[in-house]
Design a protein around this ligand. Structure first.
Ligand SMILES: [Zn+2]
Length: 345
């Protein structure tokens, strides 16, 4: 019994130095004491075993007390002002059964579904790209003034030509890769038909309509005898499916280096039947996206003969589609992680 008292002193001293107080319950001395019980003469076993149990219960009480006081000791004056419980030992995570898909992701799934039924495969873009794909393959030679119109983020790291890498400012950076990847389709007499719904980045002054990170969906279609009428029909069909109603569309000439001719594509406002409302700025029309016939140089950069094949491409902002559809007034809500916003979807 004296030995148990000694061990108790040793363990109490060690306990004071332990970072994880519950480790004391795994002490080898305690294990050894339990191991001795069956070796004792029968008449001593009862009292010894009881004493060991008492020791273990005392240690357990010490652990519990230490943990309780550690918790109250860490409460600081910050609590008074913190907007959430900074001392919560477990982060308060929502059960997955209560979560919802982000509104942008919900709509991207719908867009992929609609284009999928029209025969378009879906590809991912990149978070970082080189100037070859951002500019060169899209018919912006070095020194082209239109390069400056893309206010991009660049990295300190450079590509093989010594130019800074770029956070893609549009999903068109994927055009060249997609034309290469699916070029075998053309040899088989099938079209190249792909969309790229993904993130893009621009050095914008932020306001309710401008965000540094947003989503675009790029569309590419190449085959023999493709014309601008097919471009307009494809986009009209997509938008009518998306908004679930018949729409009028119109195209106005525009300029992009990578399409010729280039158009700005507008649809009749799906929300006011062209009577004029806040969403269409009372005009009855919404200018939605840029598009055009793929420039011959873009096809050549992907080793596709522009005398044999033609195609169209378009790039559409997803955030804007979703904002209009759900009457969201500020684009910055999407990246805000505000739960009261996200829980509405
Ligand atoms: Zn309207």
């Amino acid at each position: 019994m004296e030995r148990i008292e000694q061990i108790k002193k040793v363990l109490a001293e060690r306990f004071a130095t332990l970072e994880l107080k519950s480790d004391i319950l795994k002490a080898k001395e305690l294990r050894e004491l339990y191991g001795e019980i069956p070796k004792l003469p029968v008449e001593e076993r009862g009292a010894f075993g009881q004493a060991v149990n008492v020791l273990r219960i005392e240690l357990e009480t010490m652990v519990r007390d230490a943990e309780a006081s550690a918790e109250s000791a860490s409460l600081s004056s910050v609590d008074v002002t913190a907007p959430f419980d900074i001392n919560a030992t477990q982060p308060k995570l929502l059960p997955t059964s209560q979560g919802t898909t982000h509104p942008l992701m919900q709509e991207i799934e719908r867009i992929v579904d609609i284009f999928g039924r029209m025969g378009f495969v879906s590809e991912e873009s990149r978070e970082i790209d080189d100037q070859y794909h951002m500019f060169e393959t899209l018919n912006f030679p070095k020194g082209h003034p239109a390069r400056d119109e893309w206010d991009t983020f660049m990295t300190v790291q450079t590509d093989k030509d010594g130019d800074p890498l770029i956070a893609p400012a549009h999903t068109s950076t994927m055009q060249n890769r997609i034309l290469h990847k699916y070029s075998a389709n053309l040899e088989k007499g099938e079209p190249i038909a792909a969309i790229v719904p993904d993130r893009t980045f621009r050095n914008e002054d932020l306001d309710a309509r401008h965000e540094h990170t947003f989503y675009q969906v790029e569309g590419i279609y190449v085959s023999k005898n493709v014309n601008a009428g097919m471009l307009v029909a494809t986009l009209k069909k997509f938008l009518e499916e998306y908004y679930g109603k018949a729409l009028e569309v119109r195209v106005n000439p525009f300029y992009f280096p990578f399409t010729e001719p280039s158009f700005e594509f507008a649809l009749s406002c799906p929300f006011c039947e062209k009577k004029g409302c806040g969403i269409c700025s009372q005009s009855g029309w919404i200018e939605l996206l840029g598009c055009g016939m793929i420039h011959p140089n873009v096809l050549k950069a992907a080793d596709i003969d522009p005398n044999v094949y033609t195609g169209f491409a378009f790039g559409c902002g997803v955030d804007r589609l979703v904002m209009m559809k759900n009457d969201i007034e500020d684009i910055r809500h999407f990246q805000s992680a505000k739960l009261d916003f996200l829980r509405q979807f």
